[in-house]
Design a protein around this ligand. Structure first.
Ligand code: NAG
Length: 296
C-alpha cells in the first residue's frame, strides 16, 4: 500500500514538474545613469513582466553594494570588472543554474552580450537588447536627464576617449567608436574591438554567442541619445567617415563572420525589432506584443 502510494506520488510529482514547470528566470541589466531597482525604470519593467508571467524569478543586476554605487559604477567601473562581477552574481544565484533569459537596457545591452561571450558555464537562452550599442557610439546627442554631468562627459569623449587614463576610468569611453580613426579605435579601445572580435577572432566568444537561442535587438527609431541609431541593430558608419551608415549585413564583421553573427542570422537566431519613440520609450502593449514571447 505504502509503496503504491509513494509510486503514485512520484508519478504525480513528475507530471507537475513537466506541465507546471516554473517560468524561465530573467536577468536584467540597467542602463547608464540608472540602477537595478529604481521603481520608475527597472522596477516598473519587473512589475510589468511579473504581471504577465506570474511566478517568474527576476534578478536585476546590482553592480555594487548600494544603489549609489550601482549608478556610479555604470560610469566609472571598467567594463571588464563589471562583467566579472555580473558573472559571479549569476553563477552564485541557484535560481539561474538551469538557464535564463536576459534583457539589457542601453549600455546594459552590450554588457549582457559581453557576459554571454565571456562568462563560462552560464546558460543564457534568449538575449534581448533595448537600444544597446553593439557597435558603440560616436556621439551622445542627448543624455538621460538623470545624468547631470552630461556635457562634461560628452566633452571628454569628444577630445580624449582613447587616452589610457580615460579608457581605464570612464565606461562610456570603452564603447566610443571613432569611424574617422579606425586604427586608433582598434588599438586603444579596451572593450569594444575585443568583444566584437575585430582584432583577433576569439573562438570562445563566437561559440558562446552562437549558443544563444535568439538574439533580439530593439532599435528606437527616434532615438536622440545614441549616434548612430544603427548601432542598436549592430550597424555602424562605413569606416572612414561619419555620415553614411552600414547595416550589420553590409559590414565586414558580418561578411567575414568573425563573431558568428552571419551564421546566427542564417540560422534564424537574430531578431531585429524597431519601434517609434526616443531612447527606451515603449508602451506596455508594444512590449507584450513583441517581447513577451521571448521570455516564456
Ligand atoms: C520616428 O521615426 C520613424 C522612422 O524613421 C518615422 O517614420 C517617424 O515619423 C518618426 N517619428 C517622429 C515623432 O519623429
Amino acid at each position: 500500500m505504502m509503496s503504491r502510494l509513494s509510486t503514485a506520488f512520484v508519478f504525480i510529482q513528475a507530471i507537475v514538474l513537466c506541465t507546471g514547470a516554473d517560468p524561465t528566470p530573467l536577468v536584467i541589466w540597467h542602463g547608464m545613469g540608472d540602477s537595478c531597482c529604481n521603481p520608475f525604470s527597472m522596477g516598473s519593467i519587473m512589475r510589468m513582466v511579473e504581471n504577465e508571467i506570474p511566478g517568474i524569478y527576476i534578478n536585476s543586476l546590482k553592480i555594487g553594494d548600494t544603489t549609489t554605487a550601482d549608478i556610479m559604477n555604470g560610469f566609472l567601473k571598467p567594463i571588464s570588472d563589471q562583467i566579472t562581477m555580473a558573472c559571479e552574481i549569476v553563477k552564485a544565484d541557484a535560481n539561474l543554474a538551469n538557464g535564463f533569459n536576459a534583457m539589457g537596457f542601453s549600455q546594459g545591452g552590450q554588457f549582457l552580450r559581453a557576459l554571454a561571450q565571456q562568462c563560462d558555464g552560464i546558460q543564457m537562452h534568449n538575449l534581448i537588447t533595448f537600444g544597446g550599442q553593439h557597435q558603440g557610439v560616436y556621439g551622445f546627442p542627448k543624455c538621460p536627464s538623470s545624468v547631470t554631468f552630461c556635457d562634461s562627459l560628452r566633452q571628454i569623449l569628444n577630445t580624449a576617449a582613447y587616452r589610457p587614463v580615460v579608457q581605464d576610468h570612464l565606461v562610456q569611453a570603452e564603447y566610443w567608436h571613432d569611424p574617422l580613426h579606425v586604427n586608433e579605435y582598434l588599438s586603444k579601445n579596451i572593450f569594444l574591438p575585443d568583444i566584437n572580435n575585430e582584432n583577433k577572432v576569439n573562438e570562445e566568444y563566437k561559440q558562446r554567442l552562437q549558443a544563444l537561442n535568439k538574439f533580439v535587438m530593439v532599435r528606437f527609431n527616434n532615438d536622440t541619445m545614441v549616434e548612430p541609431v544603427a548601432s542598436e541593430w549592430f550597424g555602424f558608419y562605413t569606416p572612414g567617415q561619419d555620415e553614411e551608415v552600414q547595416s550589420l549585413q553590409e559590414s565586414d564583421l558580418y561578411q567575414t563572420d568573425q563573431l558568428g553573427l552571419k551564421a546566427m542570422d542564417e540560422a534564424g537566431k537574430l531578431v531585429f525589432l524597431a519601434t517609434d519613440g526616443d531612447h527606451l520609450q515603449f508602451t506596455d502593449e508594444w512590449f507584450n506584443a513583441n517581447i513577451l514571447q521571448y521570455l516564456k
